[in-house]
Design a protein around this ligand. Structure first.
Ligand SMILES: Cc1cc2nc3c(=O)[nH]c(=O)nc-3n(C[C@H](O)[C@H](O)[C@H](O)COP(=O)(O)OP(=O)(O)OC[C@H]3O[C@@H](n4cnc5c(N)ncnc54)[C@H](O)[C@@H]3O)c2cc1C
Length: 390
């Protein structure tokens, strides 16, 4: 059983259903939906990964999986636009992307501000801004990706139950008993890919012989807002079209970033990265204040040189670990339960592969990847979780 059918769970169900095993997926809503972490029309995918070169082999495999899914389904899931990482040459975004590209031989161009202005008039870089341009980067369409995973999983024999909330999980010696708002199930193996609700589910997980819940993981759920703006000067709009504007992440002040997309039809999408406050995922509201809109407009004016006219917004959640690396691991005590998906705001692009990895783990196969950076026993997680310190 896969609990949670967002980016990671829908992909896992798709990969599991290819094995011919009996699989069931459950979600409290009807994905794709706007209550979790996977909505908002577009997600960045790139390989010169500023976060850490350790992710690059995973990204290369994720690209192959997205391509495979596109071929199998005939759906358009990815748009190649190229991608630019912008900032002062010493920023984490620029330095880290260069490190990943150099370490793994990813082709790139390193552009100074003059070349940036000439080639990408969408941007208004300061004189000391540089950009690392990666041709293979682009945009995934998250709602279509999830819909496609689920449609394919159904075609391959998976059962899917929507609008069914998992309330309680009891680990027995021979099986796992799951109680939902609608039914009780007994399954042999369970994958928890509940995103922002991971701790809520873990607190409902018990063992039949020792009625103790697993202590919650050190996760912080943060509210993140996405904004779409039109340019008031309609004559000056071509520079924001996908043919002329790559996706970008801009570290405009040390440690502060925003990122964005060209206009795919609804305006230019732009958002701050890792800025929101902590929230309870059960109380996610789509309300956005005028102050937040004005702050984002100021950024769009200064760095994109546009006259922004607010079109719409969306509110989403990052589920952050202390080191911002993922969690993909077996439950420390129950090897037939796998915990995945706290993705710290950068997991969508990997989800085509994460599902394959989770499926392999559940089937007892070698995943082919070193998953130690994502383990529950790494210091960043274990030191904050007393129950994981053995
Ligand atoms: C604003 C924003 C921008 C982002 N931009 C990027 C980007 O550009 N590139 C990138 O790679 N990543 C990006 N990310 C991160 C990426 O989108 C997430 O890491 C990823 O979508 C998380 O997927 P998930 O499967 O873990 O969670 P979700 O997709 O939220 O899925 C969790 C599912 O679990 C279900 N669920 C929870 N509890 C229960 C229960 N008790 N019973 C049944 N079902 C349950 C929920 O209904 C939900 O459908 C962004 C995230 C946000 C919020």
């Amino acid at each position: 059983m896969v609990v949670g059918l967002g980016a990671n769970g829908s992909s896992t169900l798709y990969h599991l259903s290819r094995t011919g095993r009996k699989v069931i997926g459950i979600d409290r809503f009807t994905p794709p939906h706007t209550h979790g972490s996977s909505h908002g029309e577009s997600r960045i995918i790139r390989q010169a990964y500023y976060e850490d070169p350790v992710y690059v082999p995973l990204l290369q495999a994720a690209y192959e999986e997205w391509e495979r899914l596109e071929k199998a389904s005939g759906k358009k899931l990815f748009l190649k636009t190229g991608g630019i990482m912008l900032g002062d040459k010493d920023t984490a975004v620029v330095r880290g992307s260069k490190l990943s590209a150099d370490t793994h031989g990813i082709p790139y161009e390193y552009l100074d501000s003059t070349s940036l202005r000439q080639r990408f008039p969408a941007f208004r870089p300061a004189d000391d801004t540089v950009g690392l341009l990666e041709k293979e980067a682009g945009i995934l369409f998250p709602e279509e990706c999830i819909r496609t995973f689920l449609d394919q999983a159904i075609t391959q024999g998976a059962a899917i139950h929507y609008d069914e909330l998992v309330l309680n999980i009891v680990h027995d010696k021979n099986s796992i008993e799951i109680t939902t708002t609608k039914e009780k199930y007994s399954v042999g193996s369970l994958i928890l890919s509940a995103g922002a609700w991971t701790n809520q589910l873990l607190s409902g997980l018990h063992s039949s012989d020792a009625m103790h819940p697993l202590a919650s993981l050190p996760l912080t759920v943060k509210r993140q807002v996405l904004f779409w703006f039109a340019n008031d000067n309609a004559q000056d709009h071509d520079r924001f079209l996908p043919a002329n504007m790559p996706i970008y992440i801009w570290e405009y002040t040390e440690g502060k970033m925003f990122y964005g997309f060209p206009d795919l039809g609804a305006g230019i999408k732009i958002a701050p990265h890792h800025r929101g406050h902590s929230i309870d995922p059960d109380h996610l509201s789509q309300d956005v204040s005028q102050k937040e809109i004005e702050e984002m407009k100021d950024i769009a004016r200064e760095y994109l040189g546009m006259s922004p006219v607010f079109q719409k917004s969306a509110v989403c959640m990052y589920t952050n670990t202390p080191d911002e690396n993922f969690i993909i691991d077996f439950h420390p005590e129950y090897k037939n339960i796998i915990i995945a998906s706290p993705c710290s705001g950068h997991g969508f692009k990997f989800s085509s592969l994460t599902g394959r990895i989770l499926s392999d783990m559940a089937m007892g196969n070698d995943t082919g990847f070193d998953l130690s950076p994502f383990s529950l026993t790494r210091p960043a997680i274990a030191t904050a979780s007393p129950s994981l310190q053995k």
